[in-house]
Design a protein around this ligand. Sequence first.
Ligand code: NDP
Length: 358
Amino acid sequence: MELSLKLEMKSINKDLPVVVTGGSGYIASWIVKYLLEDGKKVRATVRSLKDTSKIQHLLDLKEKFKDNLTLFEADLMVEGSFDKSVEGAELVIHTASPFFVAGVKDAKKQLIDPALQGTRNVLETCNRISSVKRVVLTSSVAAIHGDNIDSLKVPNQTFTEEHWNTTSSLTHQPYAYSKTLAEKEAWEMQKKQSRWDLVVINPSFVMGPSLSKRLDGTSVEFMKNMLKGIFRTGVPDNKMGFVDVRDVAKAHILAGFTPNAKGRHITSAEVLPMLGIAKIIKEKFGNKYSVPTGVLPKPLVYLVGPFFGLSWGYTKNNIGQPMNLNNEYSKTDLSLTYRPLNETIIDHVNQMEGSGLL
Ligand code: NDP
């Protein structure tokens, strides 16, 4: 028994470069930074080396960490485009995937194809390149459950890693559908070979300071809208899990380097109604920002929700519904610790202020 456990453990050579796909992204940038600060060599893939508005913060890291950071161009939709970056690496952290919920025009083209085909492309690269021993995939709690109302079907209305999203589709919550399809495909592809194992991180809604001044990410946009008073008349009574971007980044690194790490990991600090975030801001910053002080009645959410990307189906199945997430496994399997959410939110506001984004 002990022997078989040992055989299953994967030790990653800490001197070899770690590949981070979508390295310019909100979460990935922190993964890249922490790896570099820890003395690791990093290969970060970006869509375009010419688009400095998206990668300036990585160029700044390169200035500091020199040859320990190499940037590669790769696109999820271009077969083989990750090969060069993965050559000779044992650990691949695959974060790249489109993340947006509002303004979806063609869900298949904008969300499903890059998530699913992109995951296939990255994992086919891992199949081709014999140095790869472990893949860490950024999935989401969106692959664990779809609507909050689904929690009525699980014990204690609490989702665990055993659960899968069975209710999202191309037309209802397509982002969640894209994450579900991509994670399922990753497990299928992993099972067909034995050289590399798969460890999955399933974060809830990620908040906290960004390393870039980009405003196009969903997490950063949510905070900007909150601070700019978009929700001043009230927020939907919607429970969500929240987690600090720095803890999510650490979870990926722990997943990569913990030899016996296994399976999926709900990575979430706390479940709160959206109003809870507004309360943290109000408590610290007083009336500086026009944050909401109450919830919108559900009939009103049906009316105004579509302007914020909340369909009627979403409102029906999520507003006022219970939902809990069990994060115990991330603490035991990865030894992950979570920062308190008020620190996350306050640091996020301070970073946006400091970067002149408000
Ligand atoms: P970002 O939008 O900041 O990052 C997404 C990354 O994916 C960017 O680097 C983007 O590149 C890249 N990407 C998108 N499409 C392509 C493509 N066709 N080819 C190559 N790269 C592509 O979002 P996050 O950092 O928040 O998200 C990162 C991951 O975390 C995603 O997998 C997301 O689903 C997951 N996640 C995020 C949560 C959150 O609350 N933020 C919660 C749970 C999971 P570019 O910089 O060029 O746009």
